[in-house]
Ligand binder design. Structure first.
Ligand SMILES: [Zn+2]
Length: 87
């Protein structure tokens, strides 16, 4: 895989939800415009629920928000970030 290639994460896919977790290992994250946000972290005292790197439990790698291509059943989550936006 090339350095510039984005990691595709199907955010509503069960197997991807198990594989990709927040830095503390939760699966209760969701994307925001420029970060991710984890409900479990947000409930923890002294922990900010937002984070920027998704952890791949299979490889142990961290994937920055901008290096992740999020896909939903209806298409790309980040239409504006992934290009193809008509101006
Ligand atoms: Zn978390």
């Amino acid at each position: 895989m090339g350095m510039l290639e984005k990691k595709t994460v199907r955010i509503e896919c069960r197997s991807d939800r198990w594989r990709f977790v927040c830095p503390r290992g939760h699966r209760s994250w969701e994307p925001t415009n420029h970060h991710f946000w984890c409900a479990s972290c947000a409930r923890t005292d002294g922990v900010d629920g937002s984070f920027n790197e998704l952890r791949d439990r299979k490889t142990g790698e961290l994937h920055e928000r901008e290096r992740v291509r999020l896909v939903t059943p209806t298409g790309p989550y980040d239409r504006d970030l992934d290009g193809g936006t008509e101006r």
